[in-house]
Design a binder for this molecule. Structure first.
Ligand SMILES: [Zn+2]
Length: 163
């Protein structure tokens, strides 16, 4: 038997003001994005903002549906929009934030497994990692470099693209 250990790493900042200007601005854009959240069922609003290499900002927010599985997370709304409209302009960073009137959020909200799998595909397509910036309310800010620090056992089967 061999015991393996996998380390992941991320940086924690006390507040948005500790970020550099570009990342701070992207977090504000994520907060702007969640204003278009359609979340009458969960009452949990999520906003995502992508900063592309060109400086263009792409927005996403969670879009729910009365037929629950038909909805989509903010991150995938933004990432699929990028893939459909700006696939040659690499994603440098994605900021994600959330708000709800139901309870206080005191720490960042992390992405679901499906969004992480989609993020992995984006990194593979553009051949570079995406900086992820997560925050909520007045809580700390987590900055994570690349999918490998979020989903170390991601599904990544090279043979599917070489057959
Ligand atoms: Zn998700």
């Amino acid at each position: 038997m061999i015991n393996h250990e996998i380390k992941i790493a991320f940086d924690e900042y006390d507040s948005l003001k500790d970020l550099d200007t570009a990342d701070y601005d992207l977090c504000i854009e994520a907060a702007n994005a969640l204003k278009n959240s359609h979340s009458p069922y969960s009452k949990f609003r999520v906003g995502a903002a992508l900063r592309l290499q060109s400086g263009r900002i792409i927005y996403g927010s969670n879009q729910e549906n009365v037929a629950y599985p038909s909805g989509l997370c903010a991150e995938r709304v933004a990432l699929f929009y990028w893939g459909a409209n700006h696939p040659d302009d690499p994603v440098e960073a994605m900021a994600v934030t959330a708000q709800t009137d139901e309870f206080e959020l005191t720490r960042p909200v992390t992405s679901c497994g499906s969004c992480l799998q989609v993020l992995a595909e984006v990194e593979k397509k553009q051949k570079r990692p995406v900086k992820i910036i997560l925050y909520a309310g007045q809580g700390p800010v987590w900055v994570i470099k690349g999918i490998e620090n979020q989903l170390p056992f991601l599904f990544f089967e090279e043979r599917l693209t070489t057959i």
